[in-house]
Design a protein around this ligand. Structure first.
Ligand code: NAD
Ligand code: WQD
Length: 338
């Protein structure tokens, strides 16, 4: 069976994808520096799957460390999750974001080229869609780097789009995630940020657990039915499965392949709808207060998922109540994260 190198495999989306890969009988090699994760996540994935992962603790910008991995293993494809992902932090420390996300990607691409490994899947983000164009977003809609974090995603997409033109061996699939949420239904792996969560569902889980007194709803004067922001929440297991579909397509290519796919549920829910869904799914009350809009937020963002559904046959299976139940189940079982 093919061997897949997963960068950032100990993180939230990476760990769930490693599990799905192992369950599909791929060999999995992970490189992670644990700057936003814990090696315990890898142990839990191994326990859930009954299979082992070869783990390297290394910074991806360390070319010698990566080279060593490509020498030790015959890698068939790389799924590149490693990167810093906080929009707010990237605005406070842009150099950190440009340095980490770009240097690590360039080092990875150089070593892939050296090792003649040309199959790549990259984690991009819906944050790059230009909100001047109304949702639902299609892959061909205009993109723009609104924040340093978004710029890194856009720049990496641009770098990757140049590769098949320079060397016809490259097969590259870019996946633009909308709002990943939930956790594995076992409650054994989930999102475990090292700082206070800024994303909606992890924050609601902290309120439910009593770690935060109440949720601040950022604005109720948006042009939406209830005035709060609308987003596309996708269960992390559906997202992980999406990688399997993209990987299968990439592995069948003969070169000169470059494709972009949205990974979302295709449905938009407001902040108040998410609070209600969480309360009903878990029978817990979530106190909230409405505060000012958060800088940089858009009113409405959700995906047009027809391209990946049509071409690869992928579709979501988890419902919003399941996302809420699994997010809370993970929080309850792991009150302090990993
Ligand atoms: P995460 O922080 O949980 O996982 C990222 C992993 O990469 C972590 O384990 C971290 O330790 C590792 N890492 C970071 N920089 C590294 C480096 N230089 N060398 C080695 N390892 C490094 O984040 P996630 O939510 O799993 O996101 C994975 C990818 O998906 C990221 O690229 C992120 O930008 C992208 N993405 C995430 C979301 C989201 O909301 N979670 C949405 C869109 C896109
Ligand atoms: C969702 C909605 C908030 C927290 C971010 C990144 C994006 C991508 C996914 C990486 C918004 C509201 C939130 C809170 C609230 N990540 N909210 N109170 O901003 O859509 O996307 O994560 O690529 O790039 O920007 O997600 O979960 O932060 O917010 O009212 O305490 O919940 O205003 O409407 P966002 P989010």
């Amino acid at each position: 069976m093919a061997t897949i190198l997963v960068t950032g495999g100990a993180g939230f989306i990476g760990s769930h994808t490693c599990l799905v890969l192992l369950e599909a009988d791929f060999e999995v090699v992970v490189i992670d520096n644990f700057c936003n994760s814990d090696r315990e996540s890898i142990k839990r994935v191994e326990a859930l799957s009954g299979k082992s992962i070869t783990l390297y603790q290394a910074d991806l910008s360390n070319t010698e460390a990566i080279r060593d991995v490509f020498i030790k293993h015959t890698i068939d494809a790389v799924i590149h999750f490693a990167g810093l992902k906080s929009v707010a932090e990237s605005c406070h420390d842009p150099i950190l974001y440009y340095a980490n996300n770009l240097q690590s990607t360039l080092a990875l691409l150089q070593e892939m080229t050296r090792a003649k490994v040309f199959n790549l899947i990259f984690s991009s983000s819906a944050t790059i869609y230009d909100s001047l164009h109304p949702a639902p977003y299609q892959e061909k809609h205009p993109v723009i780097g609104k924040t340093p974090y978004g710029q890194t995603k856009l720049m990496i997409e641009q770098i990757l789009s140049d590769l098949p033109q320079s060397d016809l061996n490259w097969n590259i699939s870019i996946l633009r995630y909308f709002n990943p949420a939930g956790a594995h239904p076992s409650g054994m792996i989930g999102e475990s940020p090292k700082t206070t969560p800024s994303n909606l569902l992890p924050f609601i889980s902290h309120v439910a657990a009593g770690k935060q007194a109440s949720l601040r709803v950022f604005g109720n004067d948006y042009p939406t039915p209830d005035g709060t922001g609308i987003r596309d929440y996708i269960h992390v297991m559906d997202l992980a499965q999406g990688h399997l579909f993209a990987l299968s397509e990439v592995l069948q290519q003969q070169g000169d392949f470059f494709e972009v796919y949205n990974l979302g549920s295709g449905k938009g829910y407001s902040v108040l709808e998410i609070i209600k869904a969480f309360e009903e799914a878990n029978l817990i009350s979530i106190p909230y207060t409405v505060v000012e809009r958060r800088t940089g937020d858009v009113a409405i963002s959700y995906a047009d998922t027809s391209k990946i559904e049509r071409r690869l046959g992928w579709q979501t299976h988890y419902t919003l109540p399941e996302i809420c139940q699994d997010a809370w189940n993970w929080q309850k079982q792991n009150p302090s994260g990993f």
